[in-house]
Design a protein around this ligand. Structure first.
Ligand SMILES: Cc1ncc(COP(=O)(O)O)c(C=O)c1O
Length: 451
């Protein structure tokens, strides 16, 4: 048995029970794992539907060019369809999207144009405006405009909704979905509410997006709009694909909580998912008091974690944004260093050699070695006071005669605050041995850099 092409593998994704991450929720929580689509996101579904509908309407003709503004995933779905069906693809995206997403689009033959994030949708530089302009300039091209294109929500009405209904045997009580263009939530919700009007539909929004306030007050409040880091959800426009009438509640999730919960899903459930999946699950956790024991919650996980390895799955990226609550350890400080070279001097080296080395390598302290063993340490300040105290002594003196005690050796898992016990006015550094046996030095300078 085989599929005639990769497009036939889109959809019919598995549903998986969440165990540890959902442990505090009183009812069953199932994740609809859309990473199983060939483009590793749910957007393959709507991309194919938009292409098929555009072909049927005569908007996309043989040899034509697909144009779309995309945070990456719709582009991937369109590019796959373009490869199979023979269309060229040009995508506009924003400069906040992960590099991985852009590289992946190029890997499947698309041209990617990066536009600024922090401009209004109407600005001619925005990714919406650039896509629209290109579609007018390039002959035989078609701009899909996923925000307002009805095929987007219809794809989910025809596939995602029925799959969830069947997989839960009609027992679903709550659907939780991150909202961007609105296609996923609106199409899926319409189908589910037609089967059972009591199914609750909860949209997950970001801080910096207009959805929640608009849903609750009817006001499009520009003051709600500000830059945020989460990718794929939240908007500064009201896309036609968001059908507010089928959404019962919007829950805002912070950039930090989305990232932290995505990392939990990876580590605790073994499911490597994208940023907005963490937000969707964080939304479920924020709403936990609203669920009853017999409820059955389905949360849609839009895309794969491989798109975010340089972001939410990178400890340094998380720390730089204050998203890590854990304390830095010596190991982290070492990983942050530009150079991991362990530079030492021999106890018989003279003061001149040591000074030259310090100048060349731009360092202020060094371990002193004798037969591979650390026997002392030498710091710039010690050399300086030696020279000032002994102006007549030449710089040929061996360093062993003026060196100080060896730097304290600490385990790799020593915490940042514990380092304060070792590093003092007199002791400018500690050393630590990694699992391979290699030595590393952590200096006052490294600590300041890490802070
Ligand atoms: C990662 C990710 N999450 C969530 C969404 C939101 O889905 P929708 O546009 O159907 O509302 C998108 C849409 O592009 C996405 O790429």
């Amino acid at each position: 048995m085989y599929f005639k092409n990769i497009l036939e593998t889109i959809g019919n994704t598995p549903m998986v029970k969440l165990n540890k991450v959902a442990a505090t929720i009183p009812c069953t929580v199932l994740g609809k794992i859309e990473t199983f689509n060939p483009g590793h996101s749910i957007k393959d579904r709507m991309a194919l539907k938009m292409v098929e509908d555009a072909e049927a309407a005569g908007n996309l003709k043989p040899g034509g060019t697909i144009i779309e503004c995309t945070s990456g995933n719709t582009g991937m779905g369109l590019a796959i369809a373009g490869c199979v069906k023979g269309y060229k693809c040009i995508f506009t995206t924003t400069d906040k999207q992960s590099k991985e997403k852009m590289d992946i689009l190029k890997a499947v033959g698309a041209e990617v144009i990066v536009c600024p994030t922090n401009v209004t949708a109407e600005d001619p530089r925005s990714y919406y405006s650039v896509a629209e302009r290109l579609s007018k300039e390039i002959p035989n091209s078609y701009w899909f405009n996923q925000y307002d294109n009805p095929s987007n929500a219809i794809a989910h009405y025809e596939t995602t909704g029925p799959e969830i209904w069947e997989q839960t045997e009609g027992k679903i009580t709550h659907l939780v979905v991150g909202v961007g263009t609105g296609g996923t939530i609106s199409g899926t919700a319409k189908y589910l509410k037609e089967q059972n009007p009591n199914v609750k539909i909860w949209g997950v929004d970001t801080y910096g997006s207009v959805f929640k306030k608009y849903h609750e007050t009817g006001e499009f409040d520009e003051k709600e709009i500000y830059p945020y880091i989460t990718e794929g959800i939240g908007e500064d426009i009201l896309p036609k694909n968001v059908d507010f009438s089928v959404i019962d509640h919007f829950e805002k999730v912070s950039d930090k909580d989305g990232a932290v919960v995505a990392r939990r899903l990876a580590k605790e459930e073994g499911i490597l998912l994208g940023y907005s999946c963490g937000s969707a699950m964080a939304g479920v956790l924020q709403m936990k008091d609203k669920f009853k024991e017999d409820d059955l919650v389905v949360v849609i996980f839009h895309d794969h974690g491989s798109r975010y390895v340089g972001k939410i799955y990178n400890d340094d990226w998380m720390r730089e944004r204050g998203f890590m609550d854990d304390e830095l350890k010596v190991l982290d400080l070492i990983n942050m260093k530009d150079s991991k070279e362990f530079i030492t001097v021999n106890h018989n080296d003279n003061v001149r050699t040591v000074l030259n080395l310090m100048r060349d390598k731009d360092i202020s302290q060094l371990p002193v070695m004798e037969n591979e063993k650390m026997v002392g340490s030498i710091a710039e300040a010690t050399i300086l006071s030696f020279i000032l105290d002994n102006p007549m002594v030449n710089a040929e003196k061996a360093v062993k005669e003026i060196m100080q005690d060896a730097f304290p050796e600490v385990p790799m898992d020593t915490s940042f605050s514990a380092l304060g016990r070792y590093i003092t006015k007199k002791i400018p550094a500690v050393v630590s041995k990694d699992k391979s046996g290699a030595m590393h030095i952590i200096t006052k300078y490294d600590i300041i850099q890490a802070v």
